[in-house]
Design a protein around this ligand. Structure first.
Ligand code: GTP
Ligand code: MG
Length: 297
């Protein structure tokens, strides 16, 4: 039986731990078993029961207190993650093997872990050896996506993780509930993003001429590399994808797709849609035994 995993990634404070606890609660409500592993050695607060916690293996504070290492918080975290990569047997022992394992890995927020350090890729390869089908879930705070140049930066960060990990990836805009009605309207235009027109729309918000020129140059480059397209993933999911503003599709010719799904931790239907996309990408449910529908007597 395959096992299933979500690698929950994203910049600091993007909502990874909140996403994990929301998913656990949602899964409980639909009678599904989902477990969480905390992989953030600097974590202080999270609101979910853990099946394994990296802090039992190594903690950032201990590394920083070590006078021979002399690390600050970021170097300390990288050290912890490299130590973790050399001790995957600890994780193997914690995970055990339960039938139909579905595990969320709550990762740290240092973006370099997903762009150029090898640790996350090593973790993915290890999980795959343990028969996990892994989906990357890349979170970006929606409040940082309402302007074109920030949107491009979010797309690039997500794409960078996607290319370096080479696993299916679902990208999510978090904290949608915090957006003002005006910002929500702004987000809608990313349903059909056109880099040049986005620049024109938002040019007032960029004061520095140099910065504006640089952003325009990046937009020009990106718009050549991106081909915005309507796409239909699957007949069953068509209705979800087409429900505005729930779909934001940017098809990138040379790679796969970078598209963002909105996530509002108070919207059960929206959470379900996100989960369905992730399940679909790792074919969760295909191997489950077909259950006979209960007959009413
Ligand atoms: N209103 C609202 N607040 C959110 C949401 N998601 C996260 N937050 C808040 O944003 C802050 C950061 O959320 P976390 O879940 O800790 O973010 P994180 O990505 O795990 O942060 P790090 O682990 O430090 O990188 C917390 O105060 C959360 O309560 C959301 O969907 N809606
Ligand atoms: Mg966290």
């Amino acid at each position: 039986m395959p096992r299933f995993a979500q690698l929950v990634m994203g910049p600091a404070g993007s909502g990874k731990s909140t996403y994990c606890s929301t998913m656990v609660q949602h899964s409980e409500s639909i009678n599904r078993s989902v477990q969480v592993v905390n992989l953030d050695p600097a974590a202080e607060h999270f609101n979910y029961p853990v099946m394994a916690d990296i802090r039992e293996l190594i903690q950032v504070d201990d590394v920083m207190e070590d006078h021979s290492l002399r690390f600050g918080p970021n170097g300390g975290l990288v050290f912890c993650m490299e130590y973790f990569a050399n001790n995957f047997d600890w994780l193997e022992e914690c995970l055990g093997h339960v039938e139909d394992d579905y595990i969320l890995f709550d990762c740290p927020g240092q973006i370099e872990l997903y762009t150029h350090l090898p640790v996350m890729r090593q973790l993915v390869e290890q999980l795959q050896q343990w028969e996990f089908r892994v989906c990357g879930v890349f979170l970006v705070d929606s409040q940082f996506m309402v302007e074109s140049f920030k949107f491009i930066s979010g797309v690039m960060a997500a794409l960078s993780a996607m290319v370096s990990l080479e696993i299916p990836q679902v990208n999510i805009m978090t904290k949608m509930d915090l957006l003002s009605p005006k910002a929500k309207k702004e987000i809608e235009k990313y349903l059909d993003p056109d880099m040049y027109s986005m620049m024109e729309d938002n040019s007032d918000t960029i004061r520095s001429t140099k910065f504006k020129k640089l952003t325009e140059a990046i937009c020009g480059l990106v718009s050549k590399a991106l081909k915005v397209d309507d796409f239909i993933l699957d007949r069953n999911l068509e209705s979800f994808l087409m429900r505005p503003p729930l779909c934001l599709c940017v098809q990138i010719d040379d790679y796969s797709m970078v598209r963002f799904l909105p996530f509002d931790c108070t919207d059960e239907e929206g959470i379900n849609i996100v989960l369905q996309h992730i399940d679909f990408s790792i074919q969760y449910g295909e191997d489950l035994e077909v259950k006979e529908p209960k007959v009413k007597r």
